[in-house]
Design a binder for this molecule. Structure first.
Ligand SMILES: C[S@@+](CC[C@H](N)C(=O)[O-])C[C@H]1O[C@@H](n2cnc3c(N)ncnc32)[C@H](O)[C@@H]1O
Length: 196
């Protein structure tokens, strides 16, 4: 991802961009030094989203912007109906809850930002829509793969939430669903922009 991002920055004529990896809550980056601190689909994975927003504020300069965007898994919707996709969502929510994170983070961002001590908070929502055959196929393949080979898949089995066989059935179900005529999937997101 870093090499892809670096190539994109070069192509875009932005040679002054530096990409780093690491936990943003324990970074050595200079405090209060960034105009914008943004986390996209990250807080939904954390046990401590409010503390994470506090850490983001610590990196933003006074008057800078802290922004976050997260999905809301329980609000995801699709057609046509699929028992496999319903089971996928049950498994995903159970694994996330077992990890102590909130897969419905999108709906909580305004509240979390207020709890993190931000005074000026703007909350909006938007969505990803997968409705063309190629978009549906891409999304379904992404989740079919993740359902059998990812930390999500490993944890589902380790936590006793699903068996390997069941995960394989769900993955097949994703591909079967994607081949249905007029398949469509909507991923709602909450978004927050707060002033540091
Ligand atoms: C759903 S992915 C989103 C990736 C990317 N931001 C995007 O929107 O395409 C979640 C990402 O959060 C990252 N992540 C989770 N906890 C993190 C932390 N404490 N510090 C930095 N990254 C974290 C994971 O490594 C993963 O890349």
């Amino acid at each position: 991802m870093i090499s892809e991002a670096s190539a994109t920055a070069r192509t875009a004529g932005a040679p002054n961009v530096t990409f780093l990896t690491g936990d943003f809550r324990s970074t050595t980056l200079a405090p209060a030094s960034f105009d914008v601190v943004h986390a996209h689909q990250v807080l939904q994975h954390l046990r401590d989203p409010v503390d994470a927003l506090v850490a983001m504020r610590g990196l933003a300069r006074p008057g800078g912007i802290v922004a976050a965007r997260d999905s809301d898994y329980s609000a995801m919707t699709w057609s046509p109906a699929s028992r496999s996709l319903e089971r996928w969502l049950e498994i995903y929510l159970a694994v996330t809850a077992r990890n102590g994170a909130d897969a419905n983070a999108g709906r909580w961002l305004a509240r979390w930002a207020q709890q993190a001590g931000f005074d000026e908070v703007a909350y909006t929502a938007s969505r990803w829509t997968f409705a063309t055959p190629s978009d549906v196929s891409w999304w379904a393949e992404l989740w079919a793969e993740r359902t059998v080979a990812s930390s999500f898949a490993r944890q589902a089995v380790d936590y006793g939430i699903a068996t390997t066989d069941e995960l394989a059935t769900v993955a097949t179900g994703w591909r079967t669903w994607a081949a249905e005529a007029g398949a469509a999937f909507v991923v709602p997101h909450g978004e927050v922009i707060a002033q540091a």
